[in-house]
Design a protein around this ligand. Sequence first.
Ligand code: AHR
Length: 565
Amino acid sequence: MFVDPENPGARWPVKSRREFVKNALASSAAACAYRFPSLLKAAPPTADSRINILLDEPLGTISPNIYGHFTEHLGGVIYDGLWVGPKSKVANVDGLRSDVIEHMKKIKASVVRYPGGCFADSYDWRDGIGPRDKRPRRTNFWNGADSDKSPANHRYEPNEFGTNEFVHLCKLIGAEPYLAANVRSLPAMEFQHWVEYCNSPAGSTTFAEARAATGYAEPFNVRYWGVGNESWGCGGNFTPQEYAVEFRRYTAWLPQYGKPLSLIASGPNTDEWFWTREFLQEIVRKGTGQLREIYGMALHHYAWNLSRGKTNDWEKGKGDAVQFEPVDWYELLREGQRMEGLIEGHWQVMGEFDHERRIKLIVDEWGPWYRPGSEATPADILEQTPTLRDAVFSAMTLDIFNRHAGKVAMANCAQLINCLNSLYLAHENRFVVTTVGRVFELYAGHQGAESLRTEFSAPQVSYQRDGQTAKFWGLNGSASMRGKNLLLTVVNPHVSEPREAEIVLRGSAVSSGNVATLTHTDLHARNTFDQRETVMPVRAPLVKGDRIVHTFPPASVSALSIELR
Ligand code: AHR
């Protein structure tokens, strides 16, 4: 375990993420030079890597919701990001930024989480309904973290965007809404009323009439509900036992209107196994039947500590988003690779209680978190500019989820726009799809397909980490099948070496295929408002043959779409 030199006895580092959000609460409450040769040819004896796709070993259907998103009233996510208002000169649909809607449709965005994050446990859903010009202004949860330069609507929540606008956005893009209820600062009755507002049939209740009065007669049918957020921290500072008691109370007798709700419990922070175990232990004290109330447990993991083990301080441990050395590139990937062990570990603990394996993991916040400094719009807190490194990180993470399709029912990249691992950056009339957004394009075909066991064998990456030789895997990825269409996504993490791999599809032959590759000669390459297409997928056909040999460029994400005979 890491020991903070400044506070050796501390169970928690001096400045932890928990403390960071607590403080916020307290104060506010290729054109790529590398071209891809080949693509399908007889395997020369030199191919040093091998990818075995086991067509007869399905791992489970990849839930489309693994390709989910997260939007919070935080910095520039909602105001200036998603919401520009119906009177804006920025192209919009009913006040929602058109560019976002268009791209989310393209990537088949499946589910969007809202309104937080930490904001959720300070939010009164009633503030965000009714006529927009009558909605109250409140101090935003993140007010204390905002700077004097942050626009007023980041600091003082105008509630122009609320439940109706959010659900409307989801409908426009064809995604499911996922709402996070306030457990820290609203009574259980308010949760019940929010469900009633969203889901009670037209004309049935006063809330249904209130909904209809603003143009939404038909119920929203919101299925996914988070019961608080990070209840171990900003969501109430509960112990797992205390939270379990609250969970039971908040979820007892919620109105369902003929359609069962999928209730998501606030789960652990990274590797806090005790949270998962003690929460479930307390839940089943009232009988194992209580487990049926839980659709999923939310796991959060941010890759933020790039100090190579030197500190666990939340501020000091972070790295820069756009200025980094190869060792920082690998360090981020190592932090991201932890996700695999977290899924396996929490799944194992969940199995101690949930013998029928009904409860799934919901990784509803994931991504890298860097120190400030790379904001596209300087006044937006927690905004960072994704580079090629974040594309590789995101692809690697999505591959991990695909490989654990039977365990992970949903995942939400944190966050959608102008915050952390953004798919989009936007400011006024400027908009760009980041490197992360491009990865979601390449991976969209995995949604709803059958995940297949796939073995990767490649020489490990070897690099210098503070005078020691460190290793990282050489190639990794995931494969899925839909009918005769196979999608193989692969990451080559090596900063400078290509990998030639033979791809083996035992018992099947290739009819046709193509490959889309995302890479760049510069590891720091990024898409910006001024240079929007620096990192773009490059597509090439695969040539028919018995065996596939493909060269994966250094620092790349590849998606091979193969039609089998
Ligand atoms: O995504 C930013 C913040 O990180 C969220 O509000 C919170 O849930 C987490 O600590």
